[in-house]
Ligand binder design. Sequence first.
Ligand code: 4AD
Ligand code: MG
Length: 424
Amino acid sequence: MTYQKISYCFEDKRKSDDVKLKGWIHRLRKQKGNIFLTLRDHTGIIQCILPRTEEYSRVTIESSIELSGVINKDERSPGGYEVHVDNMDIIGLSDNYPIRKDFSTEFLNDVRHLWNRSRKMQSIMKVKAEVLHSANEWFHNNEWYQVTPPIINRTACEGGSTLFKVDYFGDEAYLSQSAQLYLESLIYSLDKVWSLTTSFRAEKSKTPRHLAEFTHLEGEQAWATFEDILGVEERLLTYVVKQVVEKNYAELELLGQDPNDLNKISTPFDRITYREAIEILNQNGKTMEYGDDFGTDDERILTLELDNPIFLVGAPVAAKPFYTKIDPCDEGNVLSADILAPKGYGEILTGGQREDDLDSISRRINNEGFNTEDYSWYLDLRKYGSVPHSGFGFGIERIVRWLCNLDHIRDTIPYPRTRARSFP
Ligand code: 4AD
Ligand code: MG
């Protein structure tokens, strides 16, 4: 807690040095005559000193308390201030808090409902809240409409292998992998639409960047070309990063991220083509062939030395879903692009131009092994006033992992869902 920031919880404003605070005990040291404790609330921490009476000695780590006292500037205290406590009321005693110093990752995942109180998780959640807020703000400022697509679907978007099946009153349905197909339908009404939904992927792979359930920020724009949508993506991302640096400087520092590094991000993002990426990887000891998909390690190699995000543009037709538009200048290639985050983090977005021709898209739905009848509503969009259009999907947890400098994506979400874990 800082003096300025905690002023919201001053209940007695007559004398600016008198404070009343509510919070949880973050650190505790009981000495002969005094108790030193660090109090935590959503704004941070502040050091407090109180006499070691019998009543006050009952307090424990993570107890919730209310206290009043006098606040002084003290350079040596965490946060720069110290409170000399006149009165403390214990609101909820904490009985033998299980998180202590030497904890394993597995244990912290088991007690996630408590670990979410840690300063690390608190800082990450604050950054994430700002990512979501600023993205919303950018869309609003640029006249995009937020819409609410369904989560329970009958049509797959990203291929069959990662679908979660749901028994929908006796019929088979799926949890949404992406809102894209529904967003495509809504541009005919609103031109520029975006959504924030939970997407689901039955990911078999155990990587530090895959979740079974993630937060998907997607946009779709009528009349937009491939170039148009790349411009939207880089402007939106740059705005979000700058806002996070401005609002969450302290949190980024606490997490070991240098906010000044992030602040250097600028548009336009450099581009490498799919073919150039294959070459770079092969020069770095990989044996990649045209048509191969890039994995976590490949994207790490491509971005390790970078400071700015880049676009990875184009991909072989067979490597991308049915909806991607075939490049009219290079028929083996699609007008699709990923944004790769720098410093080894890799893909945080995929987007591109959509196929708007009825015959072509019907053929490709068939080739993917889906039944075109299941896509009848989607194919109608190509029958009734089809329009060139483009869109994208950001993985919010992927962005947060990069901004917060995290090894594993599980820490970007309070209750991660992976193949190995759906509890607590
Ligand atoms: O690349 P993806 O699969 O593309 C789509 O779903 C498009 N339909 C989006 C669109 O154009 N509307 O997913 C988009 C982004 C990825 O770049 C990644 O950031 C994130 O979503 N993502 C995941 N994040 C965490 N865990 C997973 N299993 C993810 N799968 C995708
Ligand atoms: Mg992708």
